[in-house]
Design a protein around this ligand. Structure first.
Ligand code: FO1
Length: 311
């Protein structure tokens, strides 16, 4: 059974790299990406969806390759003017990136759903894979920190550079946020679900927290595998290896199995961590998971798709 429909659960930069690889390895109509929306936030009245934009720009081939977010070659005239007016400018909005936030905000104000907004933007950029917000309902990641108390996600992640010590992370709106019909159908019909190497707490957990996602993953017949975002106990990028221990979460291979308990049939880890699975009977693919080049991303995606056939 070669995977006919693959659904990737992805957050920001790390997840988008594997999404890129999967997009090269599969026909466009066989790949659906379900994106995290709990990083979304309002800035100057604009609705910004960082994780959806990172995946969309990546699939369109126009993402900034250095940062992983925003647009390649963007300019900062608008931001410079905001700073001239005395603004901090800690969240860097590029001039062309602004068009995305303006149009999204404009259409949302007309009552267009985030799902439809995302489809319009992605289609206009030539993206042929489906990119679905996990929910059209409000959902926001909040981080309770020792130094500043509760911080909104982007305040914690960008403004404070994830340095504050986290005591608790939760997703405001999770009790009422439901999967969109498109997401529910994609999850139910998927031959394979890939949990991308995004931050398990900040990017994947908010997707799993939406009503219906966890249940569908547990009940469905198809395969579900997760890709560890860690190599040798370190995160490639971002706060995962700092944040998870602060929350009392174990970032070892067994810790990840527990984190995704009951949801996954297999786990992809880096060869550097193979020593952790000595004697394990569980389905683990140990390979090179560091994705520096586009070739790395495609190779990893193809290895995963081949490996899943053996599960
Ligand atoms: N991340 C940063 O670390 N600094 C920024 O100034 C920044 C600006 C930004 C603008 C638009 C956008 O879509 C994303 C942006 N990000 C920035 C990334 C974003 O904050 C994070 O990547 C995600 O929220 C976490 O996955």
């Amino acid at each position: 059974m070669s995977a006919k429909s693959v659904v990737a659960l992805a957050g920001g930069v790390g997840g988008a790299k594997l999404v890129y690889g999967l997009a090269q390895a599969l026909p466009a109509e066989q790949l659906t990406v379900i994106g995290n929306v709990a990083d979304d936030f309002e800035l100057y009245g604009l609705h910004i969806s960082p994780d959806l934009d990172t995946v969309m720009y990546t699939l369109a081939g126009i993402a900034n390759p250095e940062t992983g977010w925003g647009l390649a070659g963007d300019s900062w005239q608008m931001l410079d003017m905001l700073v001239r007016y005395g603004e901090e400018g800690w969240f860097r909005l590029g001039d062309r990136d602004m068009a995305t936030h303006l149009l999204r905000t404009h259409w949302l104000a007309q009552g267009v759903s985030l799902t439809e907004v995302t489809a319009r933007l992605a289609c206009a950029l030539g993206v042929r894979q489906r990119l679905l917000p996990v929910t059209d309902d409000p959902l926001a990641t909040l981080v309770d920190t020792v130094e500043y108390g509760t911080l909104a996600f982007q305040e914690y992640f960008v403004r404070r550079r994830w340095q504050p010590v986290a005591r608790r992370v939760w997703f405001e709106g999770a009790e009422t946020a439901r999967t969109t019909p498109a997401v529910a159908q994609a999850l139910a019909e998927a031959d394979l679900i890939v949990i991308c190497p995004s931050n398990p707490v900040l990017s994947i957990a908010p997707i799993l927290a939406v009503q219906g996602v966890r249940e569908t993953l547990q009940q469905r017949a198809g395969r579900c595998v997760a890709v560890s975002p860690f190599i040798g106990g370190q995160a490639i990028k971002g706060p995962a290896a700092k944040l998870m221990p602060e929350l009392g979460l174990d970032i070892s291979v067994s810790g990840l199995w527990n984190f995704y308990e009951g949801l996954i049939d297999g786990l992809v880890i880096d060869v550097a961590d193979t020593f952790q699975i000595a004697g394990e009977h569980k389905a683990v693919l140990a390979t090179y998971t560091l994705m520096k080049t586009d070739e790395d991303k495609v190779r990893l995606a193809k290895e995963i798709l081949d490996w899943v056939e053996t599960l």
